[in-house]
Design a protein around this ligand. Sequence first.
Ligand SMILES: Nc1ncnc2c1ncn2[C@@H]1O[C@H](COP(=O)(O)OP(=O)(O)OP(=O)(O)O)[C@@H](O)[C@H]1O
Length: 258
Amino acid sequence: MNAIQTNCISLNVHHFKLDNISLTIPNQKISSIVGPNGSGKSTLLKIISNLLKADQGSVYIYEKEAQCYKNKEFAQKITMLQQSKNQLPNLTVKELISFGRSPYKHFFSNQLSMEDEQIISEAMQITNITNYKNRLFYSLSGGEQQKVRIAMALAQKTSILLLDEPTTYLDISHQFEVMELLQYINKHFNITIIMVLHDLQQAATYSNYMIALKQGKIVQRGIPNEVLTKEFLQSVYNLQARIKFEDGYPLIIPNIRR
Ligand SMILES: Nc1ncnc2c1ncn2[C@@H]1O[C@H](COP(=O)(O)OP(=O)(O)OP(=O)(O)O)[C@@H](O)[C@H]1O
């Protein structure tokens, strides 16, 4: 079974059109959506996560149409971490993570159950942020904040996690820390991960499947080694470059005139 399937999704936003997107996202794998700025990656992620409604087409989550899920049921299946800039709530780390339990609460209950406490504590351990649990979220560094957001998503106990540019604004070591954490979550908890990434080297290294958009259309999809080629860089990014592998890691070396 696929985690997600979209059938002929289209959406017009002002001068932009997301055009006839049909794709399948494999279950329990890591998939990345790549493509130039403004190609429609975030828009596609928002449609999948029900934050935006397509003009045409349909989204299926585990073979059930997204529109047919009740809100709480949907929030127990899929969650999305949006781009992180300017989202600095005045809450402690633990308070923020406890919001991840909202889809499991009764209408009249605000109390955390023993089970909630255990799940929150486990989410903090996995992401290695237990020491910050009483710190105010806004006082943390960008890398620490991103781990808290991932912990909140883990506490939500969904089987699908969407992330829009999870490593933007992070230094190179925190970028790899986040990618390794996502890989760990995928492997140990079988969570399907779908992320929008700009770094093609990281996308190819950490993903099982890649989808490339350009001007609102899918232009490539497949396993990373087949997608990331010099022809792909030329046609999708208009970049002349060669790709070299060092210990299995792809290095994109642009043709720069010196
Ligand atoms: N609410 C909106 N109003 C007007 N235009 C929008 C809106 N949302 C998206 N767009 C336009 O749709 C196009 C695709 O945007 P989107 O954010 O999906 O691209 P992206 O591939 O994620 O870009 P980036 O890599 O720069 O984040 C852009 O041209 C953008 O300006």
